[in-house]
Design a protein. Structure first.
Length: 297
């Protein structure tokens, strides 16, 4: 004889099983849609990778993503086809990116420490002025900067691309670090001051070790933006020996002569490798920095 409690248990069990099946179906559908969207977003990269291994005459005529025949001639031709080996362009981009990272981390963190922790006259005004520079397009300051660097004799060198990084010129990173520093307890500063620490020691010994996630975030964005930058090197660099990888890629396409599309796609694929590796290595710190959870340990 089935009691009311047993009936309720059976009904509840069936309902719970139906709910779990519904949630599982919805989850499977969501993952399927996300997978499809990922494939659509990655298709241009997959096509470029495929084209880099195709013979030159099949790049724009093939109908399948999978090459009918594999060839590395595009990589050989792209690496050695210019007057200078492509390793020179990789080295130039790497030097500029590393120096930009060092400059941004050093000066932007100092400026952020001053805005977040120090009391000085006009702090809010200067912070507002700094934020106001975020609204200025790069093209607005391009001509005055070029005139200044030309008068200093820095044109066709790496200095216009590197020196501003050591002057805390990237307001976005200052703002990012200010917000992170403000999330750290001020009691740490007060305790350190009671022990005789100066502001410099508080910055160097206390705040920086706790700020690894936000520093890693700034380093990743600086590397990606500097490595992928085309416009600034185009303005300041004219000698092929100083070209970055982005400028070197442009030389494969010529509107007045024959273009080497295979070499372009091959070198473009290699150009993505450092960015991909850099992102994978620091992915965890990037997520922590964006979520500003590095202090919650």
């Amino acid at each position: 004889m089935i009691t009311d409690v047993q009936r309720l248990t059976v009904v509840t069990g069936d309902s719970g099983e139906t709910t779990r099946l519904r949630k599982g179906a919805l989850s499977l559908l969501a993952h399927g849609l996300l997978t499809l969207a990922s494939i659509l977003m990655l298709y241009p990269l997959l096509w470029m990778l495929s084209a880099s291994f195709r013979p030159e005459n099949e790049i724009f005529t093939a109908t399948s993503l999978w090459p009918s025949s594999w060839s590395i001639q595009s990589y050989i031709r792209g690496w050695t086809g210019l007057r200078i080996g492509f390793d020179t362009f990789f080295l130039n981009s790497l030097i500029i990116a590393v120096l930009a990272i060092i400059g941004n981390l050093a000066t932007c963190s100092l400026a952020a420490f001053a805005f977040a922790r120090l009391e000085f006259r006009g702090r809010r005004f200067w912070f507002a002025m700094m934020l106001g520079t975020l609204m200025l397009p790069y093209q607005v300051t391009l001509i005055p900067q070029y005139v200044l660097f030309h008068q200093l004799g820095w044109v066709n060198t790496f200095l216009p691309l590197v020196v501003p990084k050591f002057l805390a010129a990237d307001s976005f990173f200052i703002f990012l670090m200010v917000q992170f520093f403000r999330g750290l307890p001020k009691e740490l500063d007060e305790a350190a001051m009671m022990d005789g620490c100066s502001p410099w020691r508080i910055y160097w010994k206390i705040l920086l070790p706790l700020s690894t996630p936000v520093l890693a975030t700034a380093a990743i964005f600086t590397f990606i933006w500097t490595w992928d930058d085309f416009f600034a090197p185009l303005i300041y660099l004219s000698d092929i020996r100083t070209y970055t990888v982005q400028l070197a890629l442009r030389t494969f396409v010529d509107s007045s002569a024959e273009s080497d599309w295979g070499g372009l796609f091959a070198m473009s694929t290699l150009t993505l490798v450092p960015v991909f590796i850099f992102f994978l290595v620091f992915q965890r710190l990037l997520i922590e920095g964006i979520a500003t959870t590095g202090m919650k340990r």
